[in-house]
Design a protein around this ligand. Structure first.
Ligand SMILES: Nc1ncnc2c1ncn2[C@@H]1O[C@H](COP(=O)(O)OP(=O)(O)OP(=O)(O)O)[C@@H](O)[C@H]1O
Ligand SMILES: [Mg+2]
Length: 274
């Protein structure tokens, strides 16, 4: 059966991150995509120029109306913005008994714009992390969640991943995109075992929405793999290939998007050629 997957996230009109990117990743990976808008942004590949919140009650209404009709097999959370919205979404997920939940604790955009109010961090830790099957923080987000020391090495990442597991999710995927080095290494911790996923660091500006795309890919694949680690590995392979193929797109002059449909679209012949 084709899984129905939901993203609750912000809208990036440039389509590289947020809800629009999530729907592309769902579609590329064999899931039927649905979406609840949790925030609006004015944004392009160069930066975020504004954020408009969506009233929490209306987010609850979107979720309740969707669940009243549609079977949802997995949920991914992205930008939520405020503590009000975090609490509302957590209550809705509990109300609907959501079990396959991927939480991407989005806090700051690639261009440096704050996307989560500081008081929402406490709500995120208390209400959402314990509900999550998988959380996917990047290094700055992990530092905020742990309220402590900077994470500067793979050894620091291993300690941080174990500490994040104590906050309640079943699996932590700590992303290493923000470290330097020839490889981008992510550390996965399920409370018992740590696994490292390594990928060659691709030299490109096109990393807008890598985190959104990865967490959406995991949500799309979780219902299709009995072992969540297999879903995570397949999602990571999908993302790495999407970054590698990003040069086939020409979208904006800042951090461009990854190519979500790299595996599905033929490379088009140049005009006039047969
Ligand atoms: N240049 C790169 N080459 C290969 N993999 C990368 C590269 N940059 C990031 N990744 C991988 O992409 C995923 C997302 O990592 P990153 O740390 O960039 O997330 P993020 O900061 O949340 O992204 P976003 O800004 O989109 O929210 C991770 O699996 C990371 O290892
Ligand atoms: Mg991110």
């Amino acid at each position: 059966m084709i899984p129905n997957v939901l993203s609750i996230a912000g809208v990036d009109p440039s389509g590289g991150a947020g809800l629009l990117a999530d729907l592309k990743a769902f579609s590329a990976l064999g899931a039927y995509g649905t979406g609840v808008v949790a925030a609006l942004t004015a944004q392009n590949t160069q930066g975020v120029t504004g954020v408009q919140p969506v009233p929490a009650e209306f987010i609850a209404q979107q979720i309740d109306t969707l669940f009243a009709d549609v079977r949802i097999d997995a949920v991914k959370l992205g930008m939520l913005g405020t503590s009000d919205v975090v609490a509302t979404v957590a209550a809705a997920l509990r109300r609907h008994g959501v079990r396959r939940l991927v939480v991407d604790p989005v806090m700051v955009s690639k261009s440096g714009h704050h996307l989560l109010s500081p008081d929402a961090v406490a709500a995120l830790k208390q209400e959402l992390l314990p509900l999550a099957e998988i959380i996917t923080p990047n290094l700055p987000e992990a530092e905020v969640l742990l309220g402590g020391a900077p994470i500067r090495s793979l050894a620091d990442m291993r300690d941080a991943a174990r500490a994040l597991h104590q906050l309640g999710p079943r699996i932590v995927m700590l992303k290493g995109g923000h470290l330097d080095g020839p490889e981008s290494v992510d550390v996965i911790d399920d409370g018992v075992t740590q696994t490292e996923l390594r990928a060659v660091r691709i030299v490109t500006k096109n990393t807008h929405g890598t985190g959104c795309t990865l967490s959406a890919a995991i949500a799309a694949l979780l219902p299709q793999h009995p072992d969540p680690l297999d879903a995570i590995r397949a999602a990571k392979d999908y993302l790495t290939a999407a970054i590698a193929a990003s040069g086939r797109l020409s979208v904006g002059s800042g951090h461009g998007p990854v190519h979500h449909f790299h595996d599905l679209w033929q490379v088009s012949p140049s005009p006039g050629r047969r």
